[in-house]
Design a protein around this ligand. Structure first.
Ligand code: CP
Length: 260
């Protein structure tokens, strides 16, 4: 069962397709119209769903840690489909797969992640995923969107996009989260585009074989221009396609009865 408490196009649809391709019956739980609207807690909602003999839950929630909490209460697998500012593990895996398909390796690649690092669960899953596989990761963000903990880590970070373009093998462009617009001191869309947006001029400073990724949905004309979206180096739809395969693998691993 897909249990999504936040909007989604790619993740929800691809988990649904992944389950169906593997022969599962997939149900999409909609919190709107459910007893959540009458005040039923997430805990009770999940217990009741488990009592109906659902085999696995895929959970997206605006609060960090919800899938992990649910996994403590329930006896069925819980897959994190994105929790708050924390993680988006299957997005990380599909990004690794997309780069691996194109480069046939992940180690020693220079991966640049640019955007709202502070609020991005994709940034965290990509950072840890690419580092685990031996890539070098640089985080690029306006200072207000760079988390405090970066300063005490050994992770490369900068506010200056121009200084990392020539050495990037991959640039992952994060969505500007308009829902965070109320943050004091955040750059305007125009300022963001000028200093951190991937325009044609910026894309031309990348190496010819550098890949451009974006987890979606895109704000065209803000963090990435339509001209860049149309380039062959831009692998956004490969990411989406690979999302189905990665989610099939995750479901198969958890429900398919294989050892290890
Ligand atoms: N990349 C991603 O998580 O997209 P959705 O929010 O549409 O699922």
């Amino acid at each position: 069962m897909n249990l999504f408490f936040e909007a989604s196009t790619r993740t929800k649809t691809s988990f649904e397709l992944a389950g169906k391709y593997l022969g599962a019956d997939v149900i999409n739980f909609q919190s709107r119209g459910s007893s959540v609207e009458k005040g039923e807690t997430l805990y009770d909602t999940a217990l009741n769903i488990e009592a109906m003999a659902v085999d696995l839950l895929v959970v997206r929630h605006p609060a960090s840690g919800v899938p992990e909490q649910l996994s403590r209460y329930l006896n069925i697998p819980v897959v994190n489909a994105g929790d708050g500012f924390h993680e988006h593990p299957t997005q990380g895996l599909l990004d690794l797969m997309t780069v691996w398909e194109a480069k046939q390796r992940l180690d020693r690649l220079h991966v640049v992640i640019v955007g709202d690092i502070l609020h991005s669960r994709v940034a965290r899953s990509d950072l840890w995923g690419f580092q685990t596989m031996g890539a070098e990761v640089t985080l690029v963000a306006p200072p207000i969107w760079m988390p405090d903990w970066i300063g005490s880590s050994d992770i490369h970070f900068t506010a200056n996009l121009a200084e990392v373009l020539a050495s990037a093998d991959v640039i992952q462009v994060l969505r500007i989260q308009k829902e965070r617009r109320s943050m004091h001191g955040m750059p305007s869309e125009q300022e963001y585009r000028t200093r951190w947006g991937i325009t044609r001029e910026v894309a031309e400073q990348l190496r010819p074989d550098a890949l451009i990724l974006h987890p979606g949905p895109q704000n065209r004309g803000v963090e990435i221009d339509s001209e860049v979206m149309a380039r062959t180096a831009t692998r956004v739809l490969d990411q989406v396609e690979n999302g189905v395969a990665v989610r099939m693998a995750v479901l198969e691993q958890l429900l398919g009865g294989h050892d290890g």
